[in-house]
Structure formats: C-alpha cells, structure tokens
Design a protein around this ligand. Sequence first.
Ligand code: FAD
Length: 407
Amino acid sequence: MSDQPEVTLIIGAGLGGVSAAGALRGAGNTGRIVLINGEAELPYDRPPLSKGVIQGSEALEDVYLKPESWYVDNGVELLSNTRVVKIAPDSHQLELADGSTLAYDKLLLASGADVRRIPSLEQDQVPFHYLRDFRDAEALQEGLEAGKHLVLVGAGVIGLEVAASARKIGCEVAVVEIVDRVMARSMPANMSAWLQQQHEDRGVKFFLENSIAEFQQEGGETSLLLSGGERIPVDLMLICAGVIPAVQLAEDCGIECDNGVVVDEHCHTSNEDIYAIGDVASYPDAWAGKQMRSENWMHAQRQAECAALNMNGEASSYADIQSVWTDQYEFKLQMAGILAGEQEVMRGDMSSGSFMIFYLDEGTVVGVLGVNQPKQMRIAQNIIKSRAQADVDMLADSDANLKKATR
Ligand SMILES: Cc1cc2nc3c(=O)[nH]c(=O)nc-3n(C[C@H](O)[C@H](O)[C@H](O)COP(=O)(O)OP(=O)(O)OC[C@H]3O[C@@H](n4cnc5c(N)ncnc54)[C@H](O)[C@@H]3O)c2cc1C
C-alpha cells in the first residue's frame, strides 16, 4: 500500500504500544516498526499487578503481553530500557536518553500515565508505595505479610483491588479516602455502598471524608492521626491517588495537550504525523459526547487498533463503548457505557452477589453494570450499541432472555 509508513516508531511498550505494533502488522504494514520500551522487562500486562502479582500467585513471566519470540517473528524491534527524551517533529526524529536519535515517518505516543504522588505522605517513619509498574508491585508484595497493617490512601479501583488482595494475604487493611464514597469516579452511589459493604464484611475498615493529618510515634510504634480525629496503626502505606497522563514529550514539542494529548477520532494529534492512544490520550468519546481520557485496558487495546489503521493509511474512526472490569474477592464487576440516566433498572438482587443494573435514557440503554455476569454483559453491550428501545420488563426479569429485551 503506497500510504504505508516506511518507519513507525512507538513510544511506550504497554498494552497500547504492543497492540498497535501487532495491529500494524495485521493491517499488512511491511515497514520498520520500532517499539521503545521505557522499562527493563519484556512488555507485560498491568491488571494482574494489583491482583495475582501482589498475592504471589503470578510471576512476571505469567503476565507478559507476548512471548519474546513474538517480537522477532513479527519483525517488531523492541528497544527495552530505553527512554525517549525529546521529539523533534520538524526533523521527524526522536532523541533517546543515551543521546542517539531515531527517524520516523509516523510516530505513536503510547506513553500511558504516571502515578500522582503525594510528597507530604512520603515520610521516613512508614514505608510507602505507589503501584503502576511491575517493580512497584514486587516491592509492595514484599511488604504484605499476614497481620501487618496496610493503610491505603484512596478508595479508587486500584486501592480497592489491593485491599481485596491484602485481605487474602491476611493483612489488616484500612482505607482513607477524602470523598464520601468508594470508587466515586467510576460508579453510582448505590454501587459504592454495595462494594464498601463487601469489603467491610471481609474486614476492611473505611475512613471516608478523611485524610492523614499527622504521623505519630509512640514507644517505637507509628500511627496515623486522621483529619477526623481517629488514630490508626500502620506498618506500610499504598498511595493510590490516581494518575497523570505522561504528556511531557508532547507538550515540549508543541503538540496540543489538555488533560492528555489531544487527538481526534482517528487518534491523530495536532501534528500530522503523530498519533496518540490509551491512558495518555484525550479523545472525543462518541458515546459520552465529550473529549475525555479513559484509563482502561479495553480502551488502550481498541484505540491502538484504530490508530494502527490510520497510520497505515486506512481511515478508521474510534467509536467504542467504554468498558471496564475490576476483580475484588469473588466478584467480577464490569461496567460499560454511561452509568447514569433517567431510569435505572435492576436485574437480579444485589444481596445475591450476582446482578445487573441498566441505565436508560429516553427508553434506550446507555450503560450497564454487572456483577458476576460476564456472558450477560456481552449481550448488554450489544443492546447499548443497537440504540434500540428496550423492553424494561424483560431487562428487569433475570429469567427473561436478554437478547430479546429490545423492540
Ligand atoms: C495496577 C493496575 C491494575 C489495573 N487493572 C485494570 C483492570 O482490572 N481493568 C482495566 O480495564 N484496566 C486496568 N488497569 C488499567 C490498564 O492497565 C491501563 O489502562 C493500560 O495499561 C493503559 O495502557 P497504555 O499502553 O496506554 O499505558 P501503559 O500501560 O502505562 O504503558 C505506557 C508505557 O510507556 C512507557 N513510557 C512512558 N514514557 C516513555 C518514554 N519517554 N520513553 C519510553 N517509554 C515511555 C511507560 O514506562 C510504560 O511502560 C490497571 C492498571 C494498573 C496500573
């Protein structure tokens, strides 16, 4: 194909970068593809870090995205332990940390995100951790021992996954969260309450609308004084205060950034030959009707496929429904679309630990949340995509065939 780039460089070998390299080859690209991996490990998957890896049931080799041979077989040049320090769009070149340069025809930014640090909590008295990469997970796992007091700062998805993993190991777990409910950014209030209850039933203590006011030492023991006045024991802390998109390279070379590298529906940045995907990209979400960033696995993979087609000269628009999962204890929670609407329809019973909630606007399903309902969730996503009028009685009846719940 004449529009194919001769050299494609990909910054970042997380899920987005690796998926894009594979999708380029899948789209028939025969040019040179260089995948620049800022980390030393063979590219690996992040979701297991807060689950199997810190529980000790999965090793690095178990979570590789692809075996080493895949890169060779697909002619993808993997440069590991290599950081890009500068993009020079005018000369179509990248500068690497060792001072060398690489030239490109098309460039993909798949640099993901970095943890948001809270320097005031980084004190010598208490070992503290963040969790973004394999080394973070390894360090955290070493500290998690039965009976140890783990304090999690932030009740977002990663904090709660770690809470569940740490309880499995036998740690005492306390969660300190500044807002008034758990996973407030990603789920409605009734689900926050349900999820908090599951954690409390399994021994996790929550301190909502609280922050850490002071580190206190007494008789060789350290404790944390919370803003609400409670004092809690601590042996180690995990700070889960969200992430910041890794936009520095883009900003430095004048590419438009606004809560991420701004792209259009073709994953195209403000520079003609530079694309961006995954956690770093701010894109127009076709379903939410606004420019936003999504930090989830499915999005990074699907957007990579879209970017690869566009870089390869085939027009493709990204219009996926956002879908996220999280595993906590025996529960698989899945969320797709917009979890808000004029009407909420419950299918099943929350107390059973297996149910779905549909969110409707003007009679059509715009979002769905499922707990331990993976098969039904696939059908539900098709219902959202169909934009068809829903049969509310059938949605609500867990014995009814979901495939027939639209008119
Ligand atoms: C602990 C954890 C658990 C998760 N669990 C879930 C889950 O259960 N479900 C779900 O849907 N999602 C989950 N996610 C989110 C999901 O893993 C991310 O959305 C996904 O990894 C994003 O992929 P990405 O390629 O955009 O970025 P990343 O995976 O962050 O990859 C970016 C890569 O770019 C590299 N890089 C950055 N700058 C440079 C540079 N200058 N030079 C070279 N390399 C560079 C980084 O080092 C990194 O390796 C989880 C994430 C984490 C951290």
